[in-house]
Write a protein that binds this ligand. Structure first.
Ligand SMILES: *[C@@H]1O[C@H](CO)[C@@H](O)[C@H](O)[C@H]1NC(C)=O
Ligand SMILES: *[C@@H]1O[C@H](CO)[C@@H](O)[C@H](O)[C@H]1NC(C)=O
Length: 308
């Protein structure tokens, strides 16, 4: 199973954290939430020889960049008027979503030429935020915005991946985010998300959103699913430092890794707080943990400048 083959640093590291709770290890399950679709192995449909360049920064490299939030972009012609209405689902379960409005066309499916797939979101004209453990070395990749069972709202090849070095533990989860640079400015037409620090005054609140491509709800994660009314949890997380990582009650399965968790401000401004890192079940409860926080936000701001 791909979970074992591509087990992430973050999920391995998380074991030590979870075992600190009074729950037998045998009852703790951690999933790095990667998807695997054998039909794409070496048949990505792009130049499979184009392996993205991998750039690894250190946390210190971006520590001097102190923005607490990076702004979103609503593309001309993109309709945000009906968004609040579209979010109203009532239940907090994942539901298949077939709409093609912003910001959903800024979320997309990442497919690697070794079969691994993940979720991600545009956070700049050609910047896609995903999980660090979704950055596969030695393979090529495409990002398909607004992907739904073969149709999409723009597709581009990944040219560069950027992440920061981590030493595992809770900080490994906090920094289990990565940014992919793609070869087309899809964000100009689709719009893109902002990113911001976790706002701790909103712990315990609901109303946050997530979209991803779970492999348990459609074959090989071909269909997008969203969960509305996600709740930010107080009882797990913030184990690295004052900035993260973020924990929520989001339902998740393989394929959703890297998918965005966002808050809506002023009706139509969308700010990602985190990219899905791992799902944890322990003591009969399940929750999700997210790559999130200051270093992620700083890096997105920096990359918007360095990769225009
Ligand atoms: C932060 O440090 C990096 C690396 O030293 C440098 O390239 C960058 O210009 C600095 N940024 C700011 C905002 O000072
Ligand atoms: C995708 O579309 C094909 C062709 O219309 C259909 O047969 C298939 O069931 C769809 N797959 C999913 C997962 O909905």
């Amino acid at each position: 199973m791909v979970k074992a083959l591509f087990s992430a640093v973050a999920s391995a590291a998380l074991l030590s954290v979870v075992s600190a709770t009074p729950v037998p290890d045998s009852e703790v399950q951690i999933d790095d939430l990667l998807g695997f679709d054998a039909s794409y192995v070496n048949t990505l449909g792009v130049d499979d020889s184009k392996i993205p360049e991998a750039i690894t920064l250190t946390v210190e490299d971006v520590a001097n960049e102190t923005s607490t939030q990076i702004e979103p972009f609503l593309a001309p012609g993109v309709d945000a008027a009906t968004l609040e209405e579209r979010f109203i689902e009532g239940a907090d379960d994942r539901k298949q979503y077939t709409g093609t409005a912003y910001p959903f066309i800024s979320v997309g499916r990442i497919q690697w030429s070794n079969g691994v797939y993940c979720s991600g979101a545009l956070v700049g004209p050609r910047h896609v935020l995903t999980a660090k453990h979704c950055l596969i070395s030695g393979a090529s990749a495409t990002f398909s915005a607004g992907y739904d069972n073969g149709s999409h709202k723009g597709q581009a090849q990944v040219t560069t991946t950027v992440s920061v070095t981590t030493n595992g533990g809770e900080c490994g989860v906090k920094n289990d985010w990565g940014v992919m640079i793609i070869n087309k400015r899809l964000g100009d037409s689709n719009g893109y998300f902002g990113v911001k620090h976790v706002d701790k005054s909103k712990i315990g609140q609901t109303g946050f959103n997530h979209v991803g491509y779970p492999g348990d709800r459609s074959t090989n994660g071909q269909r997008p699913f969203r969960q509305t009314n996600n709740k930010v949890l107080a009882e797990h997380g913030y184990g690295c430092d004052t900035y993260g990582p973020l924990s929520t009650n989001t339902d998740c399965a393989g394929g959703q890794s890297g998918g965005p968790f966002w808050e809506t401000l002023n009706g139509n401004q969308y700010y990602i707080w985190g990219a899905l890192s791992v799902g944890v079940t322990s003591g009969g409860k399940a929750w999700a943990k997210w790559g999130s926080g200051n270093t992620m936000v700083s890096t997105v701001g920096r990359l918007r400048t360095e990769f225009p």
